[in-house]
Ligand binder design. Sequence first.
Ligand code: IPM
Ligand code: MN
Length: 349
Amino acid sequence: MSTTHSIAVIGGDGIGPEVTAEALKALRAAGAQHGISFETTDYPFGGAHWKRTGETLPSSALDELRRHDAILLGAVGDPTTPPGVLEQGILLRMRFALDLYINLRPIKLLPGVRSPLRDRGPEDIDIVIVRENTQDVYIGAGGTVHEGTRNAVALQQVVETHFGIERCVRYAFETAQRRGGPLHLCDKANVLTHAHGLWRRVFAEVATEYPDVKTGEVLVDAMCMYLVSQPERFRTVVTTNMFGDIIADLGAGIAGGMGFAASANLNPGGVSMFEPVHGSAPDIAGQGKANPIAAILSAALLLDTIGHPEAGEAIRTAVNTALGEGWIDLSPGALTTSQIGDIIVGSLA
Ligand code: IPM
Ligand code: MN
């Protein structure tokens, strides 16, 4: 029996379209092996589209996105557009409007990939970061008075709600229970006593429902040190939007770099969006130099989420095999983006 899924595709800016093409290649190949096919709709949103039309992500497009089974995104960001326009107008708009309240960011050192941490192997670095994705400083609450003068006063507020924390923390406990190992809350409750005090309280409350999950609390500054000195301490980490942004990049760094960091922006009750953690890398755009593995692993998360974890796992296994067997030469200039995609698809077979 064959199932068809509809996928909205936003290649976006810079290397976004190149890596997305490889993700789709892997998605279709893994799908074919598991009786799944895809109908894709391409959307043009990104820097070029904004310059041409003044449009970032119109509400009509949001309505269309909602009607798909999933969204695959390459990258948005363009150094020739003012900072924030595309980030807020496309990426954050999607996260908020579609209520993608979980940003799942696995940090996994893959076989054959060198970590900058000496003496660390794949068994030491296998963490899932559950980043809250709809609150915190990201909502843009605040403002500036006396802008452009020496009297300027800028406020940008941390906004945390019991509701928003609870649904994220509960998702993190479910994840930790499934993965085994401890769940850490990463915060700065010693300074942000109001906002992160609320996180601690909700975390402790929800913890009573999961007596089998061992918990810990870790301050974000210490977390940064431990990620480097003892990454094996962590298995599942739940954190705020801003800290999740930062520690996920640190995590990507210890796991071999942005070329391997996948992510899922999840609305467990609706349509979800999948994107590599990396940005648009305009300096190497269009040259076939980008590593598509982060995008391909994001496609695997997509498959997990739309009900085909066996197909998602097939992609992860193919990536691990190709890397572990040394089929993918990661040295600069050795392979193009599409050659890496082809090797992974070959490894699926
Ligand atoms: C990310 C990015 C975004 C974020 C930016 C582009 C708004 O850095 O997805 O990690 O901060 O969430
Ligand atoms: Mn980021």
